[in-house]
Design a protein around this ligand. Structure first.
Ligand code: PMP
Length: 366
């Protein structure tokens, strides 16, 4: 047999340059930090492992999954579990995604007519802007006020000026952690000419939700994920809306987007509602403790949060980020990502022991 021929890298680069959309070439791929062996406070995961009884249960359920077959394209068991957990009425439909990230992509591509605009408060979740770019939509960011509240007047003006096909509102917001005023969001829903997505990724840690108000607004899709409540590794997000929306959005879903293992395990964890609620309650108590400890540090400003992270402004974010990393703690450095986020770190609430380690390391850095 002949040896493998070497591909000329030049030739591939020439084709890429000729064929690829320039805005894609200009991107760098989303960087996921290496965290092996570190206290991981960078990605808003639930830090608690599962009790042995649930793990054993998962093992026996997974052992029976016929992985030689495609999964259920309709993911009926997961949908049924979600419907029960959320007490959803039949008038509301569900679309499931491989993480809510996938649903952001599906929703965006569904409305991305040539020339269409996506609008979102800024700073907010970076995937909104990125998905606008993927889908060839124009993105308009409306700056938040200095205290990270929604600038309602600017939002209204931008909606009238831009007539966006799609508005994303993270409720509570990432990376700032705060919850925008509900009446301002309701105003946006009433005046928006297009679809409004309220992204409640952090609902488990927040005092308010639009879940019970979906039927009030014909242009509202509510987005949620199980990632922050203890199942980030399963990759499961869901959109809830009038069935008129979900029937259409379902057409953009790849036929088997939820893998068989996720479909087998998710209902089991969703049924463990009490455990998940207890973990969320512990995290909220830890959040209060962490917030108080951060606010006491000289030169440090901690921002009020309704999520499982605390946005924190420190005197020198790059130095503090490195100092924490040397102490074995990984957080997210937001310095340089937006002018409102100068010298800000985003710190996920961890276990009590992890938070103690973080507080000790921060005290040393002061
Ligand atoms: N929306 C918001 C506001 C988020 O912060 C995140 C995760 N960082 C997501 C959606 C995506 O979550 P997932 O894809 O894990 O469901």
């Amino acid at each position: 047999m002949e040896g493998r021929k070497e591909l000329s890298p030049r030739a591939a680069a020439d084709v890429v340059a000729a064929v690829l959309r320039p805005e894609i070439r200009a991107l760098s791929a989303y960087a996921v930090a290496q965290a092996a062996g570190m206290i991981k406070l960078d990605a808003m995961e639930n830090p608690f492992t599962l009790p042995a009884s649930i793990r054993t249960n998962i093992a026996s359920v997974v052992a029976e999954v016929p992985v030689n077959r495609y999964p259920d394209g309709g993911a009926r068991a997961v949908k049924a579990a979600l419907r029960t957990t959320l007490s959803l009425p039949d008038s509301l439909g569900l679309v499931l995604g491989n993480g809510s990230d996938e649903l952001i992509q599906i929703i965006t591509s569904a409305v991305a007519k040539p020339g269409a605009t996506m609008l979102a408060p800024d700073p907010s979740f970076v995937m909104y802007r990125l998905n606008a770019l993927y889908a060839g939509m124009r993105f308009v960011g409306v700056p938040l006020a200095a205290d990270f509240a929604l600038d309602a007047a600017s939002m209204r003006a931008a909606i009238e000026r831009e007539r966006p096909a799609l508005i994303f509102i993270a409720y509570p917001n990432n990376p700032t952690g705060n919850l925008f005023a509900a009446d301002e969001i309701a105003d946006i829903l009433r005046m928006a000419p297009g679809l409004v997505v309220i992204d409640e990724a952090y609902y488990a840690f927040a005092d308010a939700s639009f879940l019970l108000r979906i039927a009030e607004f014909p242009n509202l899709v509510l987005l949620r994920t199980v990632s922050k409540i203890g199942m980030a590794g399963l990759r499961l997000g869901y959109a809830i809306a009038a069935t008129e929306w979900t029937t259409e959005l379902d057409k953009l879903r790849q036929p088997y987007n939820l893998n068989a293992l996720t479909q087998a395990v998710a209902p089991l964890l969703l049924a463990a509602g009490e455990l998940l609620a207890e973990q969320a309650a512990t995290l909220k108590a830890e959040r209060a403790r962490l917030f108080a400890a951060l606010a006491k540090l000289p030169g440090v400003e901690a921002f009020r949060t309704q999520t499982n992270f605390v946005l924190t402004r420190v005197p020198d974010a790059p130095r503090w980020f490195d100092g924490l990393r040397r102490a074995g703690i990984l957080v997210k450095n937001l310095h340089g990502s937006h002018r409102l986020l100068d010298h800000c770190l985003r710190i996920t609430v961890g276990t009590p022991a992890e938070n103690d380690a973080l507080i000790a390391a921060l005290n040393k850095l002061c």
